[in-house]
Ligand binder design. Structure first.
Ligand code: SF4
Length: 418
């Protein structure tokens, strides 16, 4: 069994982001940002740092052309502040014109974490309430109740074998089939907006630990296509190993200067993007899966309050949305900070905000104003504020945020359908 470098179910990875990006071919997002008409705070502040093929999404936003945004949540516990970033990314993309999709990965929670279906429903509804509280508009579904999704997962499963899953996820002889099935269901989730609505660029915001799902899905999406379209020496070649004769003929007829050969059609005097769009239309009309290869963005992780990763299995490391106020204050006041050992050192050397779980909590969610955040950073590094005072101020922000957010979650409950 080949051991994968990153794995969506591990609770431990503290990854060297640059090394991981280089190893898995993830690109830094900064060069793409000028394409966006407006740069959201999570990209501006260096929270979302990487991508695969985000350019078509940025251009779709700029040109107001169709695109989809999808993400999924495994309902294995109560949602908490660690889940908020992906939710905000989805909502922002919907506000930029994307059609939004949320999948509740109850099949994964049942297969991988052994959760009962009742618990999956309970937690899944909480995730949806959070999304609606943030202003989400779009489609939501539970995997176990979506039969079109299951049919698509079956089709996707014809394009992958167990050796490939082992290489990507480290599956071995003891891996049960439901776990493998839940992976294929997630592949189907990522492709689902393109069969539910229309083929269009689709972006999936994830943490880097979820990249195996993205890589697998991109490979399967490619294999499910009938055609490849490539520019070669002044002409465009549309190739297929499996398209029926009538479909190849339809491609030839669509272009005035096309010539049809065994397994390919060559076209002169056309734009590659126009050929791709037309071929996709023909593929779809002839019963094929005209998928755009999915795109993804990657965010850094907000550290847990105890240091390390924010994890549902370490209650002190996170703050859930229904945490009692006294507990919220206690957790914030006990959090690991970037403060020095003594007050004298703190004043002399200043704190280390980049190592501070509370500074990062403010950067991710609690301080929306850039100037206010910069002032917190300045006072910290200049030694002008003690961690005790800073903790108290952060606790006030978190309590105010949660009070407001809980009200919005309660107001959203009627919108939840399963
Ligand atoms: Fe963190 Fe605030 Fe202490 Fe700086 S002063 S290390 S930001 S708690």
């Amino acid at each position: 069994m080949q051991e994968p470098q990153i794995n969506p179910w591990s609770s431990t990875p503290s990854l060297d982001i640059e090394k991981t990006f280089a190893e898995f071919g993830i690109d830094p997002i900064a060069p793409v940002l000028p394409e966006l008409p407006e740069i959201p705070y999570f990209m501006r502040r260096g929270i979302v740092v990487g991508h695969r093929d985000y350019l078509p999404i940025a251009r779709a936003i700029r040109n107001k052309s169709p695109f989809h945004i999808l993400t999924g949540f495994m309902p294995s516990g109560h949602p908490h502040l660690g889940h908020l970033m992906v939710m905000k990314e989805v909502v922002w993309h919907v506000q930029q014109g994307g059609s939004g999709y949320i999948t509740i990965a109850d099949r994964e929670a049942h297969a991988v974490r052994g959760l009962s279906w009742e618990k999956c429903d309970e937690y899944g509804k909480e995730y949806l309430a959070c999304l609606y509280a943030l202003g989400f508009e779009g489609q939501t579904y539970f995997q176990s109740r979506n039969n079109r999704l299951k049919d698509l997962a079956f089709e996707a499963a014809t394009k992958v074998n167990f050796s490939e899953l082992s290489a990507i996820y480290g599956f071995g002889p003891d891996t049960d089939l439901a776990h493998a099935d839940s992976v294929i269901t997630q592949v189907a989730d990522i492709l689902y907006p393109q069969i539910d609505r229309e083929p269009a660029p689709t972006v999936v915001p994830v943490g880097v630990d979820q990249d195996p799902h993205i890589r697998l899905t991109r490979g399967i999406a490619h294999k499910m296509r009938m055609f490849t379209v490539e520019e070669r020496d002044g002409y465009i070649s549309v190739r297929s190993k499996n398209a029926p004769e009538a479909t190849m003929e339809a491609v030839k007829k669509a272009f005035p200067h096309a010539k049809k050969y065994e397994g390919h059609v060559d076209i002169k005097g056309a734009q590659c993007t126009d050929v791709k769009a037309k071929v996709r239309e023909i593929e779809r009309a002839h019963g094929g899966f005209a998928f755009f290869t999915p795109s993804s963005t990657y965010h850094i992780f907000m550290p847990g309050l105890t240091g390390g990763k924010m994890s549902s299995s370490i209650p002190e490391s996170f703050i859930s949305f229904h945490e009692p106020e006294a507990m919220v204050r206690k957790k914030v006041m006990s959090a690991i900070t970037g403060g020095r050992m003594t007050l004298e050192e703190q004043k002399r050397l200043g704190g280390e905000p980049d190592k501070c779980s509370l500074y990062l909590l403010n950067l991710f969610h609690m301080v929306t104003d850039d100037a206010e955040l910069a002032e917190i950073r300045r006072k910290c590094t200049a030694g002008e504020i003690t961690c005790g005072q800073c903790k108290k101020e952060t606790a006030e922000r978190v309590v105010a945020f949660l009070n407001d957010f809980r009200e919005k979650m309660d107001a959203a409950k009627d919108r939840i359908r399963i």
